[in-house]
Design a binder for this molecule. Structure first.
Ligand code: DAH
Length: 350
């Protein structure tokens, strides 16, 4: 190689080196894929200086060709590597953005599904029913809208009887002259579940052992122990040779199973037109006694009203106040809590 050719070659090599340095800087500085494409085009494009040099290689002196060719290959590698590095950075950033956009935020606590449950009165119904079903009783129901005959007359409560007047019954209007008014007589919201006793004795021959859970209505002033709607469980046993001892034994056995051995109970003389003799049942609640039921031997007049011969059949009956039992069993101080629908109260009975 002569000295002139050698000097030209050094000049080209130096220029190639400068082009490479500038191109790699531009590639590293590219802020996004578009800027990277522009930097790539600037160095490799058809009109770029590098392309010009590559095209001119054929016209170089023969001695200069290998050095320039080798230098061109080397800087291609450097520039390609810089492009690949920068592209990899953009690809990683894009991947990260995608992951973030698709990510599920699992840092919040899960939402608990709140399950419903039986109302405390339903629960007490079922608990009481369990005890009596265990003694061989069956469960029956009757209508909430009743006639005066089932509610009173058939139960030995004639129209002028003080018990009938004192029951605070809510009457339902029958438009005068309708067939219902003629056939049903007075219609009312039943003030007790006792009419179902009559319906049972009318439809099924004895022996009968039934309990009757149900809702009853009274035109009463509401306070901590009185409600205008509440629940009773009527009991009826009709068989041969039943005595007051059978009644007392049944009640006592129920109370023992239901309230446990810690509760005291007592029967005291009472009066109901449909039972003779009649009694009230009290359970001790703290220092005081709370009446939870009326009961007695089915009055012969009631048996006769449904066509049963009192000489052959006897029976006993009772009517529990379900809210009162629930108050005793669960220590509820106010009957209104059962209908207030305050979940803080209701949730105690899941
Ligand atoms: N029906 C009565 C009332 O609501 C309760 C009752 C008392 C029912 C004596 C009976 C009974 O079956 O024998 O006050």
């Amino acid at each position: 190689m002569d000295t002139e050719t050698a000097a030209d070659t050094d000049g080209i090599l130096a220029e190639i080196e400068d082009i490479a340095t500038l191109a790699v800087d531009a590639i590293r500085d590219a802020g996004d894929p578009d800027a990277l494409e522009a930097a790539k085009a600037a160095v490799y494009g058809r009109k770029s200086r590098l392309t010009e040099i590559r095209r001119s290689i054929g016209s170089l002196p023969k001695a200069a060709k290998p050095a320039v060719g080798a230098a061109l290959n080397k800087i291609n590698e450097r520039i390609d590597a810089a492009i690949a590095d920068r592209a990899a950075v953009f690809a990683a950033a894009a991947e990260q953005r995608l992951l973030e956009s698709e990510a599920l935020d699992l840092t919040l606590p899960g939402r608990r599904r709140r399950m419903g449950h039986r109302h405390v009165i339903t629960k007490v119904f079922q608990e009481i029913a369990d005890v009596f079903v265990g003694m061989g009783y069956r469960i029956a129901e009757g209508p909430e809208v009743e006639t005066a005959w089932y509610s009173f007359d058939a139960l030995n409560i004639p129209p002028t009887h003080p018990a009938r007047l004192g029951m605070d019954t809510i009457y339902v209007d029958h438009p005068a002259g309708t067939a219902a008014a003629a056939t049903e007589g007075e219609v009312l919201l039943r003030p007790h579940t006792s009419p179902v006793q009559i319906r049972l004795m009318e439809t099924e021959p004895p022996p009968l052992y039934y309990i009757v859970p149900g809702r009853v209505f009274r035109n009463d002033t509401v306070d901590a122990t009185h409600a205008s709607q509440f629940h009773q469980i009527e009991g009826l046993a009709i068989d041969r040779d039943l005595s007051f001892g059978d009644l007392a034994g049944t009640i006592e056995r129920f109370c023992h199973e239901y309230f446990g051995p810690g509760f005291d109970i007592r029967l005291f003389p009472d009066f109901f037109p449909f039972t003779e003799p009649s009694a009230g049942l009290e359970v001790r609640w703290g220092e005081s006694w709370l009446e939870i039921a009326g009961c007695g031997m089915v009055d012969p007049n009631v048996l006769e009203a449904v066509g049963l011969d009192p000489e052959q059949w006897q029976g006993f009956a009772w009517g529990f106040g379900v809210e009162r039992i629930a108050m005793l069993r669960y220590g509820v101080p106010d009957i209104r809590w059962f209908t207030d629908n305050d979940v803080r109260f209701l949730e105690r009975f899941t």
